[in-house]
Design a protein around this ligand. Structure first.
Ligand code: SF4
Length: 176
């Protein structure tokens, strides 16, 4: 008796697959993946992104990567939702101080308000010379925490912006 026959007698193995199960194909069948990098944290796991007609079909860990060797954590496995989750907010929502309702606001309004508040806070907390007479030219009134989906270039520009404003407390979620 062959090994396969012996396994079959144990109630396991490919011989026991139904015709329907045998005909099933993986959803990535025939698709060529695009190699990418998970944007969520500093581990930098390599991903295989399978697409069909412009939509992500599946994102899997890249077995060729020495970093993650084909694995992804739950966050990395859900990366497709960054671009095609219908529940994801894509508009600005604002809750005024002491209010209990959220309002829809235009993006331009939010950008203007954020810029104005940053400028006001920075000017109000800017320290030119410290108590010991040293020129420090900084503001401790603002701290910035970046998101893990920011890429290198975005983080570079954000760091330059805050440095130009004298803001020292700059961190990114991907490093925490
Ligand atoms: S979030 Fe998970 S999958 Fe993405 S890089 Fe970090 S460990 Fe890897």
């Amino acid at each position: 008796m062959s090994v396969i026959q012996r396994i079959a007698t144990l109630g396991t193995g490919p011989r026991l697959l139904s015709r329907r199960s045998s005909a099933l194909r993986p959803r990535t069948d025939g698709l060529t993946p695009t190699v990418s990098v998970c944007p969520y944290c500093a581990v930098g796991c390599s991903q295989l992104v399978y697409t069909r007609d412009g939509r992500v079909v599946s994102i899997e860990g890249n077995p060729a990567s020495p970093i993650n060797r084909g694995t992804l954590c739950p966050k990395g496995s859900a990366t497709a939702q960054l671009v095609q989750n219908p529940l994801r907010w894509t508009t600005v929502r604002y809750r005024a101080p002491h209010a209990d309702v959220w309002e829809y606001r235009p993006l331009e309004w939010a950008m203007e308000r954020i810029a104005r508040r940053v400028k006001e806070t920075r000017d109000a907390t800017f320290v030119d010379v410290d108590a010991a007479g040293r020129r420090v030219q900084h503001s401790l009134g603002i701290a910035h925490l970046g998101g893990a989906t920011l890429d290198n270039e975005e983080n570079y520009l954000i760091r330059k912006l805050w440095a130009a404003l004298g803001v020292l407390q700059v961190e990114n979620q991907a490093r925490i």
